[in-house]
Design a binder for this molecule. Structure first.
Ligand code: IMP
Ligand code: MG
Length: 182
């Protein structure tokens, strides 16, 4: 029998350090969802727009804890190649099909690092006429002042490369139920 509790990490070359545990994440996601539920009204026709792939687990947990009726869509952008270094440009691989016109749009992002992804993508979303455009980021590295500051942040993150709970390193580690440093 495979040891499922190991999450396949014996294949990893170096041990991972847990930075945010499953319990910490659960608690914080519920707090964020409560704040978001209180910040919008039904008539805002909230659209929660997840940035894939990194936000997929956070998004799934967050929307299930938001008590206000809302709709869900995704946007696929890629700013990183196979490694750890940002390429400084963002490619849009999937554009949300949902209309943003006149709706409250809440962008859900896994982590704000240089802020490049949000800086390049938000104007494109803003151009579609949402009634409001806010960001909820699970993690924020607080490196430089970023142009597009999230209204909601899960955790301030240490300036190390993080994996798990959706975040990857070369597509590995996304499935971990906690956030760890490499
Ligand atoms: P930014 O454009 O530099 O703010 O980076 C945003 C994107 O880079 C995030 O959505 C992640 O996909 C990726 N990223 C940045 N830092 C990390 C990290 O520590 N671990 C995994 N992915 C990261
Ligand atoms: Mg990524």
């Amino acid at each position: 029998m495979p040891d499922w509790t190991d999450h396949g990490l014996r294949a990893a070359e170096e041990p991972l350090q847990i930075v945010f545990s499953t319990e910490q994440i659960d608690r914080r996601v519920r707090e964020l969802a409560a704040e978001i539920s209180a910040a919008y009204e039904v008539r805002d026709r909230l659209l929660v727009l997840g940035f894939l792939k990194g936000a997929f687990i956070f998004m799934a947990d967050l929307v299930r804890a938001i008590t206000l009726p809302h709709q869900v869509d995704f946007l696929v952008a890629s700013s990183y190649g196979p490694g750890e270094v940002s390429t400084g440009e963002v490619r849009l691989l999937y554009d949300p099909a949902s209309s943003l016109e006149g709706r409250a749009v809440l962008v859900v992002e896994d982590i704000v690092d240089s802020g490049t992804t949000l800086r390049l993508l938000l104007p494109r979303l803003q151009a579609r006429g949402p009634s409001s455009l806010e960001i909820c980021a699970l993690l924020h590295k607080r490196l430089d002042a970023v142009e597009a500051e999230p209204r909601w942040v899960g955790f301030d993150a240490p300036n190390v490369f993080l994996v798990g709970y959706g975040l990857d390193h070369g597509e590995d580690f996304r499935h971990l139920p906690y956030i760890a440093s490499l």
